[in-house]
Design a protein around this ligand. Structure first.
Ligand code: SF4
Ligand code: ZN
Ligand code: ZN
Length: 307
């Protein structure tokens, strides 16, 4: 017998609710998250960092629907057909909902695609994964253009699963600096160098976001990025999925633990960390944990090649 919705007689679609009740529940959850963590208000100009995936598209759609001032910003890392398809989907989506989309590209900014940059960095002894380099360079560009475009907040589509993975990764690496930068409002919360980053899907699971995106028939790509295979993060995602199957709510509990502890830590507590706290990159003068930030390290490897 198919399970029935806990609120009506219809068949369950997701989270013990039929499709209609699930839609209302999901949208309300995001509204509550914005309020609970005081993420932004109606006068803020929000830049939503979109990838063409289900999470950021869902965040963009709901914020627009709730009446916030939103614009979209995307970074094309030139991952062959994957990036092309995502960009086509984004253009279609933004056109349909009348949302301004800003597009920036690795080739224009750095001269090369993600794959090429990763190869070049590896030749210089920087043995980083595609995802690591992609993340560092994307964050840099998004922050740079968010400042230029005058966004008050930068919205990302990170969901509860992403955040639980990140926290456990940081625990396993004993990286208090990075762990402290996580959360519904993330990054260097008080730094004038960074636009405030906020995560309205913070309490929505991966399963719920996928269900919502499919229900709304958003034009998004559900296939994983071809560069993701073998990435370190995937090992954590698989591990937590296994645990969640055996012990439901484990991801939620990880997030609650984080919010009650590390998220509340003050800068002075972090400085006590054995890595010496937050410093300034000697080259770009942006905050970082080492003498030279990862972005400068990667970009230096490209410059040397061009000589
Ligand atoms: S999966 Fe990794 S390489 Fe692919 S877009 Fe995401 S961060 Fe970049
Ligand atoms: Zn129902
Ligand atoms: Zn730097």
């Amino acid at each position: 017998m198919p399970k029935k919705c806990i609120k009506c007689e219809k068949i369950v679609y997701c989270s013990d609710l039929c499709s209609e009740h699930f839609k209302g529940y999901f949208e309300k959850k995001i509204k509550r998250t914005i309020k609970k963590f005081d993420l932004f208000d109606r006068k803020d100009k929000l830049g939503v960092a979109v990838s063409g995936g289900k999470d950021s598209t869902t965040a963009l759609y709901i914020l627009k629907k709730l009446g916030y001032k939103v614009e979209a910003i995307t970074i094309n890392a030139l991952i062959n057909g994957y990036s092309r398809k995502n960009l086509a989907n984004l253009r279609k989506f933004c056109k349909k909902y009348n949302i301004r989309l800003y597009e920036f590209c690795f080739k224009d900014e750095f001269g090369y695609s993600l794959k090429k940059i990763t190869e070049m960095a590896r030749k210089k002894g920087l043995n980083y994964s595609y995802c690591f380099i992609c993340g560092v360079l994307r964050r840099y560009l998004i922050n740079k253009y968010a400042k230029k475009l005058g966004f008050d907040c930068l919205v990302t589509g990170h969901n509860l699963d992403d955040e639980a993975q990140s926290f456990i990764m940081n625990v396993f690496r004993n990286d208090l600096i990075l762990a402290r930068r996580q959360g519904p409002i993330s990054g260097e919360r008080k730094s004038r160098h960074f636009v405030k980053r906020v995560k309205p899907l913070y309490l929505c699971t991966e399963k719920e976001t996928t269900a919502y995106s499919k229900l709304m028939q958003f034009p998004v790509n559900y296939k994983p990025c071809p560069c993701r295979e073998g990435a370190y993060r995937k090992e954590y995602a698989d591990m937590l999925d296994d645990f969640e199957k055996k012990h439901p709510s484990i991801k939620y509990n990880i997030i609650q633990f984080f919010l009650r502890t590390v998220y509340k830590m003050k800068d002075k507590d972090i400085v006590k960390d054995e890595k010496g706290g937050i410093g300034i990159c000697r080259q770009c003068k942006e905050p970082c944990a080492n003498k030279i930030c990862k972005r400068c390290e990667i970009l230096n490897a490209l410059k040397e090649k061009k000589k």
